[in-house]
Design a protein around this ligand. Structure first.
Ligand SMILES: [Zn+2]
Length: 174
């Protein structure tokens, strides 16, 4: 990949004509991630610095820095997939009480990777301090210790087994 300082930081093909994007590196297989799902439009993998066990990121397969760079169909699909994954996590007991879907749109809103993700965070009653604290420390530029890859891979495998239990399009299964 050739780094670029050009203006093309918006939507496009992963890895083409812009500075390195870690999500594009993951989607291209050049950086590790624990995937739970890949389809034609979006992919989902576990966050390396989870706010809660099962914290997922749903990202479009095509680089898009901002929500407004996504086609309406891609944005709707990402939300549909996020909802399906949260339901899968509920079925596993990872999200016993609730779930948090979160999208940072722009650096002033603490979007740290210029490739718009939907965070899917399983929630439990009484976990607000931990979850909000995690996002607060991220906003301060601190991400804490990363999860262990083998544990993330094992959790991803568990989540993948639950996805067929919820309504998903045939192409969604990994
Ligand atoms: Zn990207």
């Amino acid at each position: 990949m050739t780094p670029s300082t050009g203006p093309s930081a918006g939507a496009g093909v992963p890895g083409e004509g812009r500075p390195r994007c870690v999500f594009c590196e993951i989607l291209a297989g050049r950086a590790p991630a624990s995937f739970v799902l890949r389809d034609e439009e979006c992919s989902a993998f576990l966050d390396l610095h989870p706010a809660a066990p099962g914290h997922l990121l749903v990202v479009p397969n095509v680089h898009a820095a901002r929500l407004s760079d996504l086609s309406p169909g891609a944005a709707a699909r990402a939300l549909e997939v996020a909802a399906a994954l949260l339901a899968a996590e509920r079925a596993l007991g990872l999200a016993a009480a609730a779930g948090l879907l979160l999208l940072h749109d722009g650096t002033a809103a603490h979007q740290h990777v210029p490739h718009v993700p939907v965070h899917v965070v399983p929630r439990h009653r009484g976990d607000s301090l931990r979850v909000i604290g995690t996002f607060a420390t991220r906003a301060a530029g601190l991400s804490g210790r990363p999860g262990r890859r083998e544990e993330l891979d094992a959790l991803a495998a568990r989540i993948r087994t639950s996805i067929p239990a919820v309504r998903v399009e045939p192409g969604l299964r990994s």
